[in-house]
Ligand binder design. Structure first.
Ligand SMILES: NC(=O)C1=CN([C@@H]2O[C@H](COP(=O)(O)OP(=O)(O)OC[C@H]3O[C@@H](n4cnc5c(N)ncnc54)[C@H](O)[C@@H]3O)[C@@H](O)[C@H]2O)C=CC1
Ligand SMILES: O=C(O)C(=O)COP(=O)(O)O
Length: 316
C-alpha cells in the first residue's frame, strides 16, 4: 500500500473510531449520518442482531458494511447476523498472542510467589503476613495444563519451556496426536485428565456455546490441592461465581485464581472475586502491549485497505 493511501485510511479511521463506545452511542452516530459505512471497535462492545439490523437499514446515508476489531475474540458480535446482513467482520487473531502469553505467565508467577499479595502486606507494615506460606512451589517444578490449542496456548507453551515447566495441552477434537507432537508439550487425553494432573491450569479457548461453563463448579472440583487457575480467555468459559465459590470452599483443591476477564467490565465493573483473598485480578489488559497493539493495528489497516480495494468504488 502506498503512503498516501495509508494516511488517508488512517485519517478515515481516526474519524470513525468507536473504540470504547457503547452500542447505543454507535447507533446514534449512524443515525446522525456522517457517511460512516464501517466501525472499528473493541472486543467488549456488544454488536447484536438488532444493532446490525439498525445500522444496515436503508434510512442511513451509508449502511454499515464493515466491522473491524484489532483483537482476537469475536464473541460479543452476532456473526450470523453480520453474515445475513452482508456485513464483513475483520479481526486480527494471533496478533496479540505473545502479549497475552506474557501476562499469563506473569499471573502464574504472581499466583505461585504471591507477589501482589506480599506487596500489599508489606505496604501495610505487616512483615509476618508478607512472608506467610513460604517456601512456595517453583514454576520449574510445576506441571502446567493449557486448555485450548490456538495462538495464545501455543505462545504460552513456548514461553514456559525455558522456565523448565512441564506443559500439557487439552485442545479441540481436531488437535491430533500428530499435531501435538509439534508442540513443546504433551497432549492430555481429555479435560478431566488435564485438570486432575496439573498444578496450574490456564484457559485459552474462545467464548462460544460449546465452551460456556467449560470449567464450572464440577470441573473446578477436579483440580489438585493447592492448584492455580489462570483465565485470560473470557468469563463465560470459567464463570466467576463458580470460581469464587470454589476458592472459598476449603474442600475444593483450587488454591488461587488469576483472572483478566470478567462478566462486567469497564466502568460498571463489579465481581465477587474482588473481595476474594485467593484471587488476583487484572483489568482485561492481556493484549495491551505497545508491540501487540501496533502489530494488530497494522494488520487491521492492511485488511481494511484490501476490503475497500476489493469492494468499493470509493476506495480511500
Ligand atoms: N485477555 C485478553 O486481553 C485477550 C483474550 N483473548 C481471548 O483468548 C481466546 C483465545 O485466543 P487465541 O488463542 O488467539 O484464539 P485461537 O482461535 O487461536 O485459539 C482458540 C483455540 O481453542 C480451541 N478450542 C475451541 N473450543 C475448544 C474446547 N471446547 N476445548 C479445547 N479447545 C478448544 C480451538 O480449536 C483453537 O485452537 C480468544 O477467543 C479471546 O476470547 C484473546 C486475546 C486477548
Ligand atoms: O483480542 C481479544 O480478544 C481481546 O480480548 C482484546 O480485548 P480488547 O479488544 O482489548 O478489549
Amino acid at each position: 500500500m502506498d503512503r498516501t493511501a495509508r494516511s488517508e485510511i488512517e485519517h478515515r479511521w481516526d474519524c470513525t473510531d468507536f473504540e470504547g463506545r457503547r452500542a447505543d452511542e454507535i447507533l446514534a452516530a449512524f443515525d446522525r449520518g456522517g457517511g460512516y459505512d464501517a466501525l472499528k471497535c473493541r472486543a467488549s462492545i456488544p454488536l447484536s442482531r438488532n444493532v446490525f439490523e439498525q445500522a444496515t437499514n436503508d434510512r442511513h446515508e451509508q449502511p454499515l458494511r464493515l466491522v473491524a476489531k484489532a483483537a482476537s475474540g469475536l464473541d460479543s458480535f452476532d456473526l450470523d447476523a453480520a453474515d445475513d446482513l452482508g456485513v464483513t467482520v475483520l479481526s486480527t487473531p494471533g496478533a496479540n498472542a505473545g502479549a497475552v502469553a506474557e501476562l499469563t505467565i506473569g499471573l502464574m508467577l504472581d499466583a505461585l510467589r504471591g507477589i501482589s499479595k506480599r506487596d500489599r502486606a508489606l505496604r501495610s507494615g505487616d512483615w509476618g503476613t508478607a512472608v506467610d506460606g513460604m517456601p512456595v512451589r517453583s514454576l520449574s517444578d510445576s506441571r502446567v495444563g493449557l486448555v485450548g490449542n490456538g495462538a495464545i496456548a501455543r505462545a504460552v507453551a513456548e514461553r514456559l519451556t525455558p522456565f523448565g515447566a512441564e506443559v500439557w495441552v487439552h485442545g479441540s477434537p481436531r488437535f491430533t496426536a500428530e499435531e501435538a507432537a509439534r508442540w513443546p508439550a504433551y497432549r492430555a487425553e481429555n479435560l478431566r485428565a488435564l485438570l486432575t494432573g496439573c498444578d496450574i491450569i490456564s484457559v485459552h479457548v474462545p467464548a462460544a456455546p460449546a465452551t460456556t461453563g467449560l470449567i464450572g463448579a464440577r470441573e473446578l472440583r477436579w483440580m489438585k490441592p493447592g492448584s492455580v487457575l489462570v483465565n485470560t480467555s473470557r468469563e463465560q468459559v470459567v464463570p466467576e461465581d463458580a470460581l469464587d465459590a470454589a476458592l472459598r470452599d476449603p474442600s475444593c483443591g483450587l488454591g488461587h485464581a488469576a483472572v483478566d476477564v470478567f462478566a462486567t467490565e469497564g466502568e460498571s465493573f463489579s465481581s465477587r472475586l474482588a473481595s476474594n483473598p485467593h484471587a488476583t485480578l487484572s483489568p482485561h489488559v492481556g493484549g495491551m502491549t505497545l508491540s501487540a497493539m501496533k502489530a494488530s493495528s497494522e494488520r487491521l489497516l492492511d485488511e481494511i485497505a484490501r476490503f475497500y480495494a476489493n469492494t468499493s468504488e470509493d476506495t480511500p
